[in-house]
Ligand binder design. Structure first.
Ligand code: EPZ
Length: 418
């Protein structure tokens, strides 16, 4: 399963380039199914979740080849409309293909995605919205069977601004008859990138990034070239590595406009943040100040994906921080492991109370999900002594060669495959 071995205590200094956004790549790769042509997606990170998405594309009959950070996806010979159970179990977010497959082929069969490490991950909002577009849905034997004679635009209100449901509606409706309006839509930057990709392909999508998105169905979409936006969560994670070690970290290619809530939190902890053209620089104080309350919210609120890295920072800050995780019901699995490293954290349901300690100490810990694994990596960088982190497979889902990036900032880190 692989381990990271980190000797903590070094101040991180240096500059790295931010990878492309995992959560923009996945829906955009799904969107390539729509046009039946060749697409070139650049700034595509090397991640296991991207590899699993490529597996889905190829299972549908697309051809995919990688040239460095570019993926060339040709969906002209795509004919499959089924995503097999083992592919769905490998990555539940493959549910994002549903809307695109139905829009292209008029039918889709996918196995129920099920939950994951951080929660049950229901898809009721996806299915309710797709039915409003005229899709007939049956669920049996663990599979979802979707058929549609034709897709007709609809006015869809989301009870919760679900990122995945917003994306599935955008994909399913861009070649439907008539207009689709999504109210209470998710506003994440990754939605904006998907909207830009669809519009560039010839779709008529307005309002992506606001809570009202209008899609006017068109007859044909075309293959294009598109550059993925930078990954705001990975960017904040590497800034947090600087904050955790009293260092100075510079990021090339970050988009500060996507990171306001996180940059505000870094500043509240006493970090200096400088934005220079496409460089984002964090200079950390000797001792971090505590945050009062961190409440995770849909964008542009504080992102749930950065909650655990900030919990690592809070665990070595002066004072007490209260975390409220409002998005996922099981996103504190890193707490037990941070506690093994000397953190003082009490969890009660969705609330975690973190009392800062002077120093963390190295220990053998286990990553239990993607962002929790990142949090443990930051804790190891700040800790006295050596830390071994098991289950690097979780971290590799979202961070491209994390040991290469952190070593470039001066970390004493290596990976073993045992
Ligand atoms: C996306 O997941 C991201 N994943 C997640 O990033 C991110 O944490 C999340 O959005 C929130 O920002 C990808 O983009 C691949 P949601 P998604 O639908 O679309 C509930 C990471 O670490 N809900 O906005 O699944 C759901 O249970 C990952 O990179 C329903 O109740 O998130 C959750 O409580 C983790 N019914 C809330 O909405 C539904 O039909 C947010 O889910 C759908 C969602």
């Amino acid at each position: 399963m692989g381990k990271l071995i980190i000797n903590g205590g070094s101040r991180l200094e240096g500059e790295i380039k931010v990878q492309g956004a995992k959560n923009a790549v996945l829906p955009i790769l799904a969107a390539t199914v729509l046009n039946g042509e060749k697409n070139v997606i650049t700034n595509c990170p090397h991640l296991s979740d991207v590899e699993k998405t490529i597996d889905v594309l190829e299972s549908l009959g697309c051809t995919v080849c990688r040239q460095g950070n570019a993926l060339i996806v040709d969906s002209s010979n795509a004919s499959g409309h089924t995503i097999a159970e083992e592919l769905m179990r490998q990555m539940r977010s493959s549910i994002i293909f549903l809307g695109a497959i139905i829009a292209r082929f008029g039918k889709a069969v996918v196995s129920m995605p099920g939950g994951c490490e951080i929660g049950n991950r229901p898809i009721d909002l996806h299915l309710k919205a797709l039915e409003q577009l005229g899709i007939h849905i049956e669920e049996e034997h663990g599979y979802i069977y979707c058929t549609a004679d034709k897709l007709a635009g609809a006015d869809i209100h989301l009870d919760f601004p679900s990122v995945g449901a917003t994306e599935n509606i955008m994909l399913a409706s861009c070649m439907a008859d008539g207009t689709t309006t999504i109210t209470n839509a998710a506003r994440e930057p990754e939605i904006i990138d998907l909207g830009a990709f669809l519009t560039h392909m010839g779709a008529d999508v307005r309002g992506a990034g606001t809570d009202v998105i209008r899609i006017e169905g068109v007859k044909k979409l075309y293959g294009i070239e598109h550059e993925i936006i930078p990954d705001r969560i990975v960017a904040a994670t590497y800034l947090a590595a600087g904050a955790a070690t009293g260092g100075t970290v510079s990021l090339r290619g970050a988009n500060a406009g996507h990171m306001e809530a996180m940059l505000s939190a870094f500043r509240e902890m006493g970090c200096d943040i400088a934005c220079e053209k496409s460089r984002l620089i964090l200079a950390a104080p000797k001792k971090l100040k505590h945050l009062h309350t961190v409440r995770t919210l849909p964008y542009p609120g504080f992102p749930t994906d950065i909650q655990s890295p900030f919990m690592t920072l809070a665990s070595i800050a002066g004072g007490t921080t209260v975390f409220v995780e409002t998005i996922f019901e099981n996103r504190y699995k890193h707490v037990e492991e941070l506690t093994r490293m000397g953190a003082d954290i009490k969890v009660d349901g969705r609330v975690a109370i973190v009392r800062g300690v002077d120093r963390l100490s190295g220990a053998n810990v286990v990553a239990k999900d993607l962002r929790g694994g990142a949090a443990l990596t930051l804790a190891a960088l700040a800790a006295d002594g050596t830390t071994e982190i098991e289950n690097t497979c979780y971290i590799d889902r979202g961070y491209e060669c994390i040991e290469r990036e952190l070593a470039a900032l001066g970390a004493d880190i290596k990976r073993t495959d045992i």
